[in-house]
Design a protein around this ligand. Sequence first.
Ligand SMILES: Nc1ncnc2c1ncn2[C@@H]1O[C@H](COP(=O)(O)OP(=O)(O)OP(=O)(O)O)[C@@H](O)[C@H]1O
Ligand SMILES: [Mg+2]
Length: 432
Amino acid sequence: MNTATLLDVHAVHKGFPKPDGSETVVLDGVELTLREGEIVGLLGRSGSGKSTLLRLIAGLSRPGAGEVTYMGRPVDGPPEGVAMVFQSFALFPWLTVLENVEIGLEALGVPRDERRQRSIEAIDLIGLDGFESAYPRELSGGMRQRVGFARALVVHPNILLMDEPFSALDVLTAETLRTDFLDLWSEGQLPIKGVILVTHNIEEAVLMCDRILIFGSNPGRILREIKVDLPQPRARLDPDFREMVESIYVEMTARRVQDHAARAERFPGTGIGSVLPRISTNLLSGLMEAVDAAPYNGEADLPVIAPALHLEIDDLFPVAETLQMFRFAELVGGDLRLSPEGRRFAKADTDERKTLFAKHLLTYVPLAAHIRRVLDERPSHRGPWTRFADELEDHMSPEDAARTLRAVISWSRYAEVFAYDDEAQTFSLENP
Ligand SMILES: Nc1ncnc2c1ncn2[C@@H]1O[C@H](COP(=O)(O)OP(=O)(O)OP(=O)(O)O)[C@@H](O)[C@H]1O
Ligand SMILES: [Mg+2]
């Protein structure tokens, strides 16, 4: 083995038991290596299993299969030399900054004087000099997170695991802390040898990391590795930086489109077996309106338009994918391009919108057409929830079946394709 390898994750599988005895697979076939001197980024959607992977590396949980090796030894409990910084650091409100930092060393059995000495050093290093005796409530969010960093650094870990450590901070505070961290790292002032940074912020990954691992979901696995060989310090406005950010956006969007297509084809023949996302018609029309309007005029870059809609890119993807399923738009690279019907919808009044939406719902969402057909054929024009839920459960979990039915119900209510009575748990053709 390479002597400079700090950490090796090999063929790791992790699942959680479901009530019915089966397993939800969260991680599958995960491979990751961290070498000395590296900051490696894990970039992926919410729920893809990034925190689960960090917990395995930190020895806080065990993989179902595969192996995590730290400095050549299998991890079978929290290894000394691995420390973690979380999104929000749980500081003890009744302890001072100094005491909050010291606590990390107490568990290690470090003698009192050395504890104090090292804690003061860590506090100075991370820029909190003079705040040793302050209480957490007296600190800003950024300073509290600095205490979190100090608490992790004070143990002099070889590996620092960071789970979205900047995402709870405001933009400026986050940027200052990133820059301070990178300066200390570049100057070799940090007592650490390697870093794993979990983030869903592409710019942050490009700013900080030597390598970025793109993490896919369902199950979580590493799809691709990107080497970032831009020199440090990096400038966000540098054309090479922009190009790298843009290409990762495009890649992640393309992946999601492929995933979506694969999902749609998972139950060929039945036509109704796809799990549908619960995306409100408000969000769908909001996105169509925004993309239709100037300056986009029908085609917009998703990462550009996400902030304009006050959405995270992660939350915008499923909306865009749903528009694509309805053929109101097409995802091309990182761009969302409205179809002629999508542009018509954006400009239409309420009645015309409902008619257009109904037509697309019945044409492109087989489950909606199926329910409508069953209700049309029944003399009572009614059908119970269980009639359709049971049918879907042949193809998916009960939770997915319920979510899928809920999605179709909300779209059908809007388009007045069929009604659903929540109390009687019955579908009908009565006026919704
Ligand atoms: N103890 C557990 N029992 C059952 N399921 C779990 C458990 N821990 C995590 N999960 C599931 O595993 C999946 C991955 O969760 P995880 O927190 O690792 O994702 P993440 O990538 O860190 O997401 P985020 O970006 O939102 O932090 C989720 O679907 C979650 O519900
Ligand atoms: Mg997480």
